[in-house]
Design a protein around this ligand. Sequence first.
Ligand SMILES: [Zn+2]
Length: 273
Amino acid sequence: MSGAVSRRSLLLALGGVGLLAACGDGRAAWHDGQGIPGDSRPGEGGSPDPSASALDIPPANPPTPGVCPTPGGLGPKGPQYTLPCHGTDIALTVDDGPDPAYTPKMLALLAQQGIHATFCMIGRSAAAHPDLVKRVLDGGHHIANHTHSHPMDIAKMPAAAVHTELAKATDAISKASGNGYRPALFRSPGGAWSPTVLSQAGNLGLRALDWTVDPRDWSRPGVQHIVSTILKQTHPGSIILEHDGGGNRDQTLTALGIVLPRLRDAGYTFVQP
Ligand SMILES: [Zn+2]
């Protein structure tokens, strides 16, 4: 493996997309970073939010052990894409907060549903909103390191710069927590991984975490799309990617309000990677 290896570069090499923001794979696109601060891509209007009764909601896949998500990966030393595929475990990850407008709403929804998630936080946002960091931890959720400034080109950055991004984020989250909490997980912006990113995360005691189910909620594709994608693609071991920062997340919250009880009622168990 040489240099930065990511699905973003792979997609570009395949010539499948012209604009990253318009490509068909959320991990290849700016899943979020463009909106920090302010998510204002021209022409990105998204779809109106329909009520749940107006949606075509597919059934959740039955959580049959042995029917597992297909992991991507960089080999045995690459990031974790799935949970161990046995039983009924799945995980919800929530990226790009904390955000004063949407993190409290996400916390209220998760508390209502009795679900614990993993919040992949941007260090500078954690430093700006320490109250939200504390509230996330008080809610029983985990916090992952999601870099300090969310650089989308992290897979091309030199080791020292990567180290700074990760170390500053861990320090910011730890300080904001008020109790010395230190993230055990690292999620790379846009799912961009390189040998350097992986090794620097390891040096800081951070386990690399990716995902398998990505409805591209950051692009505001419509509640119907987010709901359908999650319910059709989730199997035992799935790690679901959502966002509570980087822009307007009303669609995300509406969609999760629909799919979380359906997944739970189908027999899935939400765990933290
Ligand atoms: Zn992100």
